[in-house]
Ligand binder design. Structure first.
Ligand SMILES: Cc1cc2nc3c(=O)[nH]c(=O)nc-3n(C[C@H](O)[C@H](O)[C@H](O)COP(=O)(O)O)c2cc1C
Length: 242
C-alpha cells in the first residue's frame, strides 16, 4: 500500500508525533510532503484552474506534482494544527489550489485519514473542514484523529492506534463505500453544470471527455438501487434548475 502524508504543520512537533504513531500501524510505502518546504505562493485568485484548466494555474509546476502523488496514493494522510480556530495557512493555501478538483472530482477510489492537533479548541471543526474538502475531491472515506494537547507531552496512543488500524484495514480491503446523499448531490451539481451552454469550459471538457456525465457517481463506486435513483432524479432536477 502507498501512503502519502500531506503535512500542513510548519514544524515536526505535536501533529508530527501523531503521524509517526499512525505510521507504526500501517504497512507499506510512505511519502511525506511538507507543505512548509514546497513554497507554494498564495493563490492569486485568477480562476484559471477552475475556468480554463489546472495547467493554466501560475503555480501548476509546484502544485501538480503534489496532486499527482496524492492521486497515486492508496491512503492520503492530511494533517494540520489548529491555527486561530482553523486549518494552518499552509494547508488552506494548498486546498485553495485544489479548488478545481471540487468541480472535477478524481479521488473516488482513495481513502484518507485526517490528523488535527490543537492546544484546546477547534479540532472538531477543523477536522470536519478537512473531511469536507477531501470529500469534495471525491475521496471515498475519511477517518479522523484529533488531539487536544492541553499542554500534555503524549497523545492518547491507544485511541490513535485504534483509528489507524481501522484506516489500514479499510485501505487494504480495497472496498469502496456507498457515498453519502450530500456527496451524490455535489456530484450531480457539477455533472448538471457540464450541460450548461455558458458553463465553465474546463469543467465541461472534463465531464464529457472522461465520460463521467454517463455515470450516477464515481464509476468505481457501486450505488444501490435507491441511491442510483436518487442521483438520477437529482440530476434531472438540477439540470433544469441550473
Ligand atoms: C498561530 C497559532 C495559532 C493557534 N491557534 C490555536 C487555536 O485557535 N486554538 C487552540 O486551541 N490552539 C491553537 N494553537 C495551538 C496549536 O494548535 C497546537 O499547539 C498544535 O498542537 C500545534 O501543532 P504542531 O506542534 O504540529 O505545530 C495555535 C498555535 C499557533 C502557533
Amino acid at each position: 500500500m502507498k501512503y502519502v502524508v500531506i503535512n500542513g504543520s510548519p514544524r515536526k512537533k505535536n501533529t508530527w508525533k501523531v503521524v509517526k504513531q499512525v505510521e507504526q500501524n500501517l504497512d507499506g510505502e510512505f511519502e511525506e510532503i511538507h507543505l512548509a518546504k514546497e513554497n507554494i505562493p498564495i493563490c492569486h485568485g485568477c480562476h484559471n484552474c477552475i475556468m480554463e484548466g489546472e495547467d493554466k494555474c501560475p503555480h501548476f509546476d509546484i502544485v501538480n506534482p503534489i496532486v499527482e502523488k496524492l492521486k497515486n496514493a492508496d491512503g492520503i494522510i492530511m494533517t494540520s494544527p489548529v491555527y486561530a480556530m482553523n486549518v494552518s495557512a499552509l494547508l488552506k493555501n494548498f486546498i485553495d489550489h485544489t479548488a478545481y478538483i471540487f468541480h472535477r472530482q478524481e479521488f473516488f477510489t482513495q481513502k484518507a485519514l485526517v490528523i488535527v492537533t490543537t492546544a484546546g479548541a477547534g479540532h472538531k471543526k477543523v477536522s470536519k473542514y478537512m473531511d469536507e474538502s477531501l470529500r469534495h475531491w471525491g475521496v471515498n472515506k475519511v477517518f479522523k484523529i484529533t488531539w487536544a494537547t492541553g499542554g500534555e507531552e503524549l497523545p492518547d496512543i491507544k485511541s490513535i492506534d485504534k483509528t489507524a488500524i481501522k484506516f489500514k484495514k479499510d485501505v487494504e480491503s480495497g472496498k469502496l463505500h456507498s457515498p453519502k446523499l450530500g456527496d451524490i448531490i455535489f456530484f450531480d451539481v457539477w455533472k448538471a453544470m457540464a450541460f450548461k451552454e455558458d458553463g465553465i469550459p474546463a469543467d465541461i471538457r472534463f465531464w464529457h471527455e472522461t465520460g463521467l456525465v454517463n455515470h450516477d457517481f464515481g464509476p468505481e463506486v457501486k450505488l444501490g438501487m435507491v441511491k442510483k435513483l436518487f442521483s438520477k432524479v437529482m440530476f434531472k432536477i438540477l439540470k433544469k434548475v441550473i
